[in-house]
Ligand binder design. Structure first.
Ligand SMILES: [Zn+2]
Length: 401
């Protein structure tokens, strides 16, 4: 697209965003939610090729969304549970430490140079936190610094190490701590190898436990075993946002296009309502913290499963309500839950649930600009108002595990 056209289209889209949203609303809900099922916004976006002109932004995993409560589970990029451990748990783990390990890890001690048992370790493998087991460093990043302490040019995952200014002994240094148990590890300096990161992570052997590459890591040193769920409940912006920001135990949520007849669909194709895809979300979750049943409770709370091929102002088969089961167990559980709601929930006494429950076949990630859309653009999507019915416990904070 010519540069002038891009500027004009950006201005027009900006102006459209300022128009009262009620103007774009159709159907039986005169509420301020954006309609994406057609109309002016989509038409102009199509004229100017908006699908490809909007810049992409790096994704933020759900578990690290800024507005999540501090006591919710937190996961690293590598998929480890890095929720800070409570003091009582740290003290319990510390019972297994030697006096030297305790001095270093809990009291920010430093072992004498050239004395640590991991300094000259020639083996390939992973160095984990001696206290809580979180993987910290890998032999691939170890180098001989000549200082007398094990040295690495980076951590295995930036999320696994925490940094703190240390003004002890008349110096200003950067202390490194385990992100999960807050155990003292050592310091990081900027005189590392220039050909790589330039960083020198200077470690105490006493802070770490080494596992060779072929060793089986203990459970506490492995990524959490996650599960996947897929839900379609109208505009995927809103469904994605809700699961990302309101549900503890969710690691990540991606907006996409589910099932359908064509490969690698684009938004403009799905918008036509003829490709058979549903706008849906793929949720990666920690079953130890939140169950599939609890996810379904949220799903049936944040959309109206009685609306056929629509959700509020958005109309078309791409906005249908569906649970796409990842396996037979989910399929059975979803069918049982719909039956349970039908027979017991006053919301559905006179309005039958039309949600499709079927196996997932294919999920295509939507274009980058659809991801985290609500958070980045501060836009709400249609959410039904259920009166006289208690919200699911997982949404009220009562379900945080
Ligand atoms: Zn630790």
């Amino acid at each position: 697209m010519p540069r002038d056209a891009m500027v004009i289209s950006a201005v027009i889209l900006g102006l459209i965003a300022m128009v009262p949203l009620a103007a774009a609303v159709g159907g039986n809900n005169a509420s301020p939610f954006t309609s994406r099922s057609g109309g002016l916004v989509q038409t102009i976006a199509t004229w100017f090729g908006a699908d490809t002109m909007i810049e992409s932004t790096p994704r933020v995993p759900a578990s690290r969304a800024a507005d999540r409560p501090a006591d919710w589970p937190l996961y690293s990029k590598a998929g480890h549970d890095i929720t800070p451990l409570p003091d009582a748990k740290v003290q319990e783990l510390a019972l297994s430490l030697t006096p030297e390990q305790r001095r270093v890890l809990l009291n920010a001690g430093t072992e004498p140079a050239f004395c640590g048992d991991l300094l000259d370790n020639p083996e390939h493998g992973t160095y984990c936190c001696r206290l809580c087991g979180l993987p910290l460093f890998n032999s691939r990043h170890k180098f001989d610094s000549g200082t007398g302490w094990p040295s690495f040019d980076r951590s295995v995952d930036p999320d696994h190490v925490r940094y703190k200014e240390d003004r002890a002994h008349g110096m200003v240094r950067t202390e490194i701590l385990c992100a999960r148990c807050n155990g003292h590890l050592g310091h990081v300096f900027t005189d590392g190898p220039r050909q790589t990161t330039g960083q020198r992570y200077c470690l105490n052997s006493a802070s770490m436990q080494f596992f060779t590459e072929d060793a089986e890591m203990p459970e506490r040193s492995r990524p959490v075993e996650t599960a996947t769920a897929y839900f379609a409940g109208g505009c995927f912006w809103g469904v994605e946002h809700y699961f990302e920001h309101k549900v503890p135990g969710v690691l990540d949520v991606v907006s996409g296009y589910q099932n359908g007849h064509t490969d690698n669909p684009m938004y403009k194709q799905v918008c036509t309502g003829t490709t058979g895809h549903a706008e849906s979300v793929r949720i990666t979750y920690d079953p130890a913290r939140v169950s599939f049943r609890e996810l379904m409770e949220v799903f049936f709370w944040i959309h109206d499963p009685t609306q056929l091929n629509r959700q509020g102002p958005d109309v078309g088969t791409q906005y249908r309500s569906a649970v796409f089961a990842a396996d037979e167990a989910q399929l059975e559980e979803a069918r049982r839950y719909v039956k349970f709601l039908t027979e017991n929930d006053p919301r559905f006494k006179d309005r039958p649930i039309v949600t499709q429950v079927e196996m997932t076949e294919r999920f295509w990630e939507a274009e980058e600009y659809h991801q985290d859309y609500s958070a980045r653009h501060n836009k709400a999507c249609y959410i039904p108002e259920w009166r006289g019915v208690e919200p699911p416990a997982i949404l009220t904070g009562a379900g945080v595990k």
